[in-house]
Design a protein around this ligand. Sequence first.
Ligand code: NQM
Length: 357
Amino acid sequence: MTSADDGVRCLLMRGGTSKGAYFLAADLPADPAERDDLLLRIMGSPDPRQVDGLGGGHPLTSKVAVVSPSSSPDADVDHLFLQVVPDQPVVTDRQPCGNILAGVGPFAVERGLVPVAGDVTTVRIRMLNPVVQVAVADVPTTGGAVRYDGDEVMAGTPFPAATITISFPGGDRPVFPTGRLVDTLAGVDVTCVDAGMPVVLLRAADLGLEGTESPAALEADTALRTRLEAVRAEAGPAMGLGDVSGTTVPKLTIVSPARHGGLVTTRTFVPHRVHDAIGVLGAVSVAAGVLAEGTVAHGIVEGATHRIEHPTGSFDVGIELAGSGPATTVRRSTVVRTARKLFDGVTWPRPAAATPT
Ligand code: NQM
């Protein structure tokens, strides 16, 4: 790559209900520390508004995808997901993001890493973090190019777009990382589950909540946030994640009975802001945790659907579980997303020497 002073090639994409900057790995420094420093300067962090960069001032609009041709015969492209924290000088690779993943297939085709193969181009994406797994995305490519227009209505985005189907492989790893269906953390009964995203499930009633509060009301409840952070601090070591104080995992999902015929109502802290909808792998984890008998969430389920209700609608998760109890595993899962190319060009990072005023 040339000096970042000459600009860095970048494509902005809405991926699912998130928005991110997509880069070819070859256009970024290979050294992770140099790369992260550059990304902070591109995205405008640290600054809650990220007004001096591409980030949107919220964790859901401050995301980065790094993509390269895959070195594995099982995949077409490799994808590293990076969360750029808006108000801190932090870039973390400790979590995946299924929403940003929705844009990786289109980006791979846009950049010529994967040739168009008819009306639908299948892109095998090796997700590099936090655990390596190959997701398979079917990208609409009618007419020889990525099609973004379509009829798929996805809660959490205002306009319909073309359908992208993503399948995740199952595995032998049980989805309950503590080896228990229920743990008591900071005095609250919870279920720790990880079917792609580490999530702690808590019952709304145990927190004195209805479960239908708005994201803004939940974020304004400082006593609740302090209590949840105490749960998260204990959940980190219990889930094998170590000290999670400076990280974005595990997420915390407050569950209550479904209000619109779905499986369950959710409100998700990601982990300090509240999601306007729900993350993709987060939803897969919630579905696994709710469907397995014996968890804190299973008792509140009424219907038999796999529809997760969230603040702006619902999210259908295709999921097949195997085994039971603490040994439950996921056989496979599938989600439907959309993505849209927003801007393709060159971005100029804030100079390295700039100090905050
Ligand atoms: O869970 C937000 C998002 C996500 C993550 C977060 C996601 C996922 O909605 O796979 O998509 O939980 O940080 O982008």
